[in-house]
Design a protein around this ligand. Structure first.
Ligand code: HEC
Length: 176
């Protein structure tokens, strides 16, 4: 056998063995070596969240337990709460709902759905807890598009009740 033939045979054998080893290295043939740290009964990134355990209380408080109806307002509507609500409103809500809460914010015209007039009798007739849940969960249109964004991740529970207390002070200015 010539030198080059022998070299070709050796390379072919090494190549076949090498590809076989790669099958394991690339997990084409997967062996669950218990020495691999990622193979363990743990919660992996991007896995869908596990269902909430029965009788557990959500981190945002009892207001989030499903099937309880609208929560009661636990924050007394004093000057401090209303002032806080007013400040948060001017930062987080006024660009849509307008500085006076009447639905005429600067970007109102650009939205897929006009912002609610919070001074209206319709909004003012709703219970505190219902406004709280709207601020927390937002409002989705029938087609799935977002009318109002959910703000529970941006605002603390206290912030949202302060906002509710502030909205209560927004009354339509009577027509002259
Ligand atoms: C991106 C614009 C946008 C922002 C920001 C926004 N809203 Fe809204 N909001 C809307 C729209 C639009 C609606 C009406 C949606 C509908 O009826 O389908 C609405 C509805 C509401 C309602 C329901 C009124 C009712 O009669 O049920 C409340 C309460 C409310 N917003 C409060 C707030 C508060 C408080 C903030 C700030 C923390 C806020 N919104 C921020 C757009 C916005």
């Amino acid at each position: 056998m010539s030198f080059y033939k022998r070299l070709a045979v050796v390379l072919a054998v090494v190549g076949v063995l090498g590809s076989f080893v790669m099958l394991f290295a690339m997990d084409v043939i997967k062996l669950d070596w218990i020495t691999f740290m990622e193979i363990q009964p743990s919660y992996k990134p991007m896995e869908s969240p596990r269902p909430v355990a029965a009788r557990s209380i959500p981190i945002e408080g009892a207001a989030y337990i499903a099937g309880q109806g609208v929560p009661e307002n636990p924050v007394v509507s004093d000057d401090f709460s209303v002032e806080r609500g007013k400040l948060i409103f001017s930062v987080t809500c006024a660009h849509c709902h307008g500085a006076a809460g009447d639905g005429t914010g600067v970007i109102a015209g650009a939205l897929v759905f006009p912002p609610a007039n919070l001074t209206s009798e319709l909004t003012q007739s709703k219970p505190d807890g219902s406004l709280f849940l709207t601020i927390s969960n937002g409002i989705q249109g029938a087609g799935g598009q977002i009318h109002m964004p959910a703000l529970n991740e941006d605002l603390s529970v206290r912030d949202r009740w302060d906002l509710v207390n502030y909205i209560r002070t927004l009354k339509a200015t009577p027509a002259p």
